[in-house]
Design a protein around this ligand. Sequence first.
Ligand code: NAD
Length: 375
Amino acid sequence: MSGSHGTFELLGQHGEHEQVVFCHNKDVGLKAIIAIHNTTLGPALGGTRMWNYRNEEEALVDVLRLSKGMTYKAAAAGLNLGGGKAVIIGDPKTMKTEGLFRAFGRFVNSLNGRYITAEDVGTTVREMEYVFMETSWVTGIPKAFGGSGDPSPYTAHGVLMGIKASAKEKLGADSLKGVRVAVQGLGNVGFHLVEYLATEGAEITVADIDMDKVKRVADRFNCRTVAPDQVIFADCDVLAPCALGAVINDQSIQKLNTKIVCGGANNQLAEARHGDMLRELGILYAPDYVTNAGGLMNVFVELEGYSPDRALDKTVQVYDNLMKVFAIAKRDGIGTHTAADRMAEERIATIGKLKQTHQGVSLRPFSTLKEMKNR
Ligand code: NAD
């Protein structure tokens, strides 16, 4: 390690990971780290991020943090999956080659299904095809290979369910008709979310830094528009961040003009304390990783043998998952962000104990797991 901390010191600081694998192939220039955080519920699933990290320490900290996040996300989603993640150190603009990703695929394969990969920041379906040449333990592959393709419509459908649950909890509303929703970001998730919201009869306000997207969406779905730097302060019932992380921060929080924050973006709270502040302000926060789990549910269905209908059906679960989070928050007098963590930890503890009782008996994580292995 070239950084100032030792590897084991960093491992200790960033949670109790089961296994961390350093992958190196000099011929193709591969430097990667696979982190398996927890496999109590099932194989560790998480994407492969390719990033120009400044040093190995930065890459290790990132992969440890992200893999732990996946454990919580899968557990809160009610999936039989654990948490893992991989990072490839290098510039995704210049260093992607077939050899690099196939070498990486062989390392993934060597873990025999304890880690299942997918695309993430800096990688695309194209590179997953190379990984797939070396291992079956990869999801998010093209539809032509039996994969599930673009996860965003499923993520957006899960967010819609999250907005419905939040509206029920906070506004007592059984329908989104006339509910005022402000959507920040009209990319893959935001676009599909607006489409769903329009069908539900919501009053929609949209913003994006790309004015072409704004015009296209506003014309098609009859939305109000607002400047991108103003959307989070819009007077609305639901603020749906679908662009950047850390939108709820010291600068923005006191100026929010919403009753609910519920969107698809990752890491919406700049810091955990902002979740407590939202609670004090009487704003209901639908924790991001519970709300945006539809994409993960979609790849889980891919592991079982893909069906788009079943994937869409599964994302409806986000409604009940959030209702459980809200109930735990009330039960324990805590913020919803803490309640989500608690829900995930309680599920891992319960299922973990159950597995002790049935030691040696498979809990059948996937109906077609055997088939996957033989593919
Ligand atoms: P995307 O890149 O397709 O869309 C992001 C959009 O936000 C773009 O249109 C961009 O122009 C816009 N944007 C950027 N800065 C903005 C700003 N300051 N104000 C307003 N708009 C701005 O990304 P995506 O796939 O739609 O993902 C959106 C968020 O959801 C990300 O945080 C992502 O991590 C998260 N997420 C996505 C998925 C998925 O299935 N795609 C799953 C889980 C989480």
